[in-house]
Design a protein around this ligand. Sequence first.
Ligand SMILES: *[C@@H]1O[C@H](CO)[C@@H](O)[C@H](O)[C@H]1NC(C)=O
Ligand SMILES: *[C@@H]1O[C@H](CO)[C@@H](O)[C@H](O)[C@H]1NC(C)=O
Ligand SMILES: *[C@@H]1O[C@H](CO)[C@@H](O)[C@H](O)[C@H]1NC(C)=O
Ligand SMILES: *[C@@H]1O[C@H](CO)[C@@H](O)[C@H](O)[C@H]1NC(C)=O
Length: 960
Amino acid sequence: MRLSKGSFRGSHWVFLLSILLRLIFAQGDTNSNDAAALNALASNWQNTPSNWVGFDPCGAKWVGISCNSKNRITSITLSSIGLKGTLSGGDIQNLSELEAIDLSYNPGLTGPLPASIGNLAQLLNLILVGCSFSGEIPAAIGKLSNLKFLSLNSNKFSGSIPATIGNLSQLYWLDLAGNQLTGTIPVSDATNPGLDLLIHTKHFHFGVNQLSGSIPSKLFSPNMTLIHVLFDNNNLNGSIPSTLGLVKTLEVLRLDRNSLTGPVPANLNNLTRLSEIHLANNHLNGTLPDLMGMDSLSFVDMSNNSFDSSTVPLWFSSLPSLTSLYLEYLNIGGVLPQTLFSGSPLQTLRLRNNHFNGTLDIGTDYSNQLQLIDLTNNDINAFTQIGGGYNKQLILIGNPVCNQGNTFPSYCKMTVSAPPSYNTSKKCITLPPTCPSGQTLSPNCQCAYPYSGTLFFRSPSFSDLSNNTYYTQLEQGLKDKFLQYQLPVDSISLQNVFVDAQNNLEMSLGVFPSNKTYFSQVDVTGIGFILSNQTYKPPPTFGPYYFLGQEYSVFIAPAPSAKKSNNLPIIIGAAAGGVVLLVLICLSILIIRRKKTTRLEEKSQSFASWDPKSSGSIPQLKGARMFTFEEIKKCTNNFTETNEVGGGGYGKVYRGTLGNGQLVAVKRAQEGSSQGSHEFRTEIELLQRVHHKNLVTLVGFCFEKGEQMLIYEYVPNGTLKDSLSGKSGVHLDWRRRLRVALGAAKGIAYLHELADPPIVHRDIKSSNVLLDENLNAKVSDFGLSKSLGADGKGQITTQVKGTMGYLDPEYYMTQQLTDKSDVYSFGVLLLELITGKKPLERGRYIVREVKSLLDWSKDLYNLKNLLDPSLELTTLVGGLKQYISLALRCVDESSAERPTMSAVVYEIEKIMRQAGVNPSSASNSSSAVGSTGTPVRHPYESDGPSDYSGDVAYPRIEPK
Ligand SMILES: *[C@@H]1O[C@H](CO)[C@@H](O)[C@H](O)[C@H]1NC(C)=O
Ligand SMILES: *[C@@H]1O[C@H](CO)[C@@H](O)[C@H](O)[C@H]1NC(C)=O
Ligand SMILES: *[C@@H]1O[C@H](CO)[C@@H](O)[C@H](O)[C@H]1NC(C)=O
Ligand SMILES: *[C@@H]1O[C@H](CO)[C@@H](O)[C@H](O)[C@H]1NC(C)=O
């Protein structure tokens, strides 16, 4: 933190003097009503920009404020500067010439959006992305008749979508995603407006809410010009209206992750400009939709529905732009045509759990971009590959072709390849320097404080995540756009690319300053606006996106807070004498100095409180966010008892809601417990490296004010332990238990085989397996986890830690830790799942009991008294024998005899099929791997820039 105390003192004197003189002897340039209104607004805010001093925002070029030639305030753009407070009070409406408001990425902004905002008749852009605004979206928003760009995504808005939005006839961008909106999508009737009237709107982004009811048929008409309809991750039901087929302009359609039923309307294939269609995870049925003639389609995902088809439809081999075909867990079959592989730029084919049969013949001129063919669990009985040469991933496990003979070809083996992830490389000519704490090495090998955040691409047209061409285009385009707006940007870094639970392509963005170590506030609000306003338009392959910026708080120097200075004019108005003026100046200087030192202390405090002796350096931040104590206190409602959801030796666990509406679990270390600080740090660093749907996600952490808190995604159904003991009220039948076992096994297999370097969890047990709303398992608590190092030895000697009852006896005796220790603990967990008994209770050890009683020749293998009676198991239950046998192999005394976790995953999937369970709901869809190839063209390339960047001129960027 380089905050020089001396160098700004002189300029403060001059600055302050000039303001005081101006206030007394001349009116400021700014229209006085505007100046008063802005000051009133700012009095509700903390952390306003450092130069917000005085009474002349236009003349004094306040950060984030633009004015027109008449000195009226026309825009407020203040993204990512840590603003806190509310918009309440009637003040904002007095800024009557406002054309643009952007307060994005300030999670400290809370409270409702006041209805008075509807009086801003000139408003064109209203952008409040990633704040914590709550309450209903006011109906008065429908009065903003000039509004073109409305982005309220990633807040906490609740209630229903106001029908009055239908009155915004100029609107072309409507983003309400990532809130808690409920109710139905409003359409017009004789008396009320509705969204069907928005015939100039190109973007309906309503995903990740709780919208319900059916999609009104009236919503769509041929007059509409929509290009993106994103309704994913809601509770919409009913069938897809056939009127959707009338919106010929449509390019991206996401209806996935809802509860839609019935068949897909036949006229869908009139949408010949459609490039991405996502219908996955609904209850759609009927025959597989006919996509013939939809020549722009590149990404098709209709998995997890109830479509059937006994022959392969013709469109499989006639879509010239197809990169990604996902049709998993359906009821479709037939022989795959060779032309599917050669007629399109195919990258990923995911067809697991269907009935594709006959011979798989991919021919010789298959797409050179092809990365993955997953046909797990189909009826393929032969694979011909004329000429050989296909060396990318092919999975035929669970097909008859794998039941022939003893030597399995590679496509019948569980192969595990590294997860694809792009990281911008660093161009260091010499050895890279070690950066001072808090700074990061830029791609050009300079240490600096980057402006960072997360980019979410809602529907890319590709699935090959390893193709660097895509990302270098993105980096270059972003940099060019920033430079075009004279922002001092040196380089762009992208990291940790992955597909998240909402099916967005997510990646961390770092923007590095040019020729300095940190950006100014002007720079930051400028960069933020380019992203929040969609001024930057990504390469067409990436499709629609949104960005969530982090607070950027490394500014040149702290300055007097706006509040103090706002009072000055009033004092001065009352007393005009020269002596009083002098006294005031002295006083003000004192105030400024005091402010400056307290700010300095505040800033360094958060880092200082991280005790390097006990826990090493500050964890490197990537995906996880650092929260302030105040934020966490607020999000858990001051740690109230009603928000308490668990606890243990470590401390308590609270439920909370973040500014963007995300539910989180906050694990708060017991006060004064410094013992856990090593575990704390380990967990942060490990969890940041791993992303898997069966591992609990770390959202962030807080280590302020002597507190140590970890903030995870909220997993609503509690621990597996509580479900088994009946405490949580979740009943797990045999099939559900198999699903839970599969999920947990996949999470652990990921740690062992896909994490780099591999990770041993060391504390696998039923209280560390959490169940989400669909009872999917998520492995948690990485406090004891260890990296196995990249030396390939796969073992380390370490002090024995873990939980009695689950602990691997070999590890206990030799102190040699390998991944097989987790396999042992997992075996105990398997026994716990089937017996419903604690592994170690009153001297009874479950492993010993099962081993001593087991007799394969007897009824229920002689385990009748041990098995959980609520499971109503009989020897006839499919897979029971294999399950017990698997569990016992996992708890073999010799670690070498235990299976690997991927073998366990494979076995459990087999057992599930024997038990008549579709492994679907617990299945993992990781993404395609490895390759190069040319990026796919996306049709909305042709749509011209006006689709993305508002028609509003970019607010003035002040010279520094
Ligand atoms: C759509 O167009 C038709 C005629 O082509 C017209 O009758 C109807 O009012 C239009 N709808 C809207 C919402 O403008
Ligand atoms: C749209 O699809 C329907 C049903 O497939 C068809 O009858 C109709 O002619 C198509 N309309 C246009 C304009 O292509
Ligand atoms: C599709 O599902 C609906 C209920 O959602 C049912 O009424 C209908 O019979 C099903 N159709 C087919 C072809 O299975
Ligand atoms: C594939 O399955 C279908 C439907 O079950 C059947 O009619 C067809 O003969 C099978 N084809 C081959 C090559 O096995």
